[in-house]
Design a protein around this ligand. Sequence first.
Ligand SMILES: Nc1ncnc2c1ncn2[C@@H]1O[C@H](COP(=O)(O)OP(=O)(O)OP(=O)(O)O)[C@@H](O)[C@H]1O
Ligand SMILES: [Mg+2]
Length: 494
Amino acid sequence: MYISNFTGELMSLKKRLILQNAAIVAIPFLIAIIASFVFIFISSYIFKVDLNYDSIKKLTDLQYEFFTADDNLLKGNPERLLQKDFQQYLSERLNKLNAYIVVLKKYDVVFSTKSINPIEIEKCLEAKKKNLLNNSVKLNDGPYIVKVIPLIYSDGSDGWTILLAPVDKETSASKKLLYFSMGVFFVSFLIINVLVSINSSKAILAPLKKLQRAAGEISLGNLDYEVIEDGDQEIRELCKSFEQMRLKLKESVYTQMKYDDNRKMLVSSISHDLKTPITSIKGYVEGILDGVANTPEKVEKYLRTIHSKAVQVDSMIDDLLLYSKLDLKQIPFNFEKTDVVKYFEYCIMENEPELEKHNIKLEFQNNLVKETYAMIDRERLRRVITNIIDNSKKYMNKSEGKIQIILRETSTTVIIEISDNGAGIPKEALPHIFSRFYRADTARSKIKGSGLGLAIAKHIVEEHGGLIWARSIENEGTSIMISLKKIQESEDCK
Ligand SMILES: Nc1ncnc2c1ncn2[C@@H]1O[C@H](COP(=O)(O)OP(=O)(O)OP(=O)(O)O)[C@@H](O)[C@H]1O
Ligand SMILES: [Mg+2]
């Protein structure tokens, strides 16, 4: 029995507690009232006992009168009971309730509104210990409700006042009704209490237990144990915060593992990739020292080779450092609002002479209709372009090399395509070229490189909020595409 299901909305803990406490009292009360009506209906129509308001009122008045009789009438001055006018007053008052009084001094009747024999008196006195709800006694002419009040007269002698009221059919039924209503109230009170406890435990304790189990799992290192939101609003919020904490924790553990992985990978790649040039430097130095290079020309040739290998090592280390800093997000970016066309015109001017030396033509095709701006870290993006053009140059296998830079746009982005007519990339290698240290097999065997150029490019483009991807046909050429978000001319440089 979920109270939240009745209302159809999420219940707050506070609301639930208020409702539950109200329900514990109100529902048994309502049930008792309904049960009483049913009782009255049954006794009136089936047993023909007219249990109306008057008969119930008569019983309660009588009970009240008897209950308060000690204080009201007698306690103050028992001698009054012996005075004629007070006896008159009492008779009238009790008459209204159809009740009788018997006053005893020691065991002698000193005043009585009902004829009563000593055995009946004894029966009444026996009943003096009975309580308010069980105070009936059977006399010769039928059952009576009795109340016995002890008295001490001024002369020191003791006595009793016995109040008697005949129990007729209605009074007896009213009394049963009273017992019945109270019984129904207590039983339904107990049942409602149990139901409310079950409900609370479902809505509060069960989700808390789940949360506790999840906390236990997490403390044991199981970060995949999902916490499902359940229960009342506050508990759901608690579950939600807990789940967010778990995800954050998982993410940070994952990042940590990734960093550790990276470091291991860097160390193993550094040792592997640096070993080759350093071994050859060592060989050439030994050649000079051992006198293998026995002419000044040979020595110069050896030194030049050593120099070029040292430059290679140097640039490899630069790449490694840059990549690892980018990966750890330790490099600050300086974004500036930049005119894309002007920027690429400058790039082309910068690269053209070097490419011409390798007989590679660099073409620029601008398909942008108007001035287009993007937020660019000019220095870092230059590195991206250099790495891509460098690849086109390195993997060029045609005598008439051609590199094209094409600018296009969509409604929100500007797309830069750098394509060449070089060796192309095998289909199976294409998905991996942006991964660190990845080199297609053919490249690895013949051409120098560490496999970091495109990984660095990808990091930098992503820091710009852009995307980078490639298309290639083996032996026909490769196109690397970069998309960057356009900004409106009016937008501020952020
Ligand atoms: N224009 C291209 N033509 C043919 N293959 C390419 C081209 N660009 C990249 N590749 C392939 O993708 C691989 C990864 O390129 P990337 O620039 O990351 O590394 P690299 O050029 O081998 O080494 P580095 O750039 O670090 O000196 C290359 O090894 C090569 O096989
Ligand atoms: Mg490269």
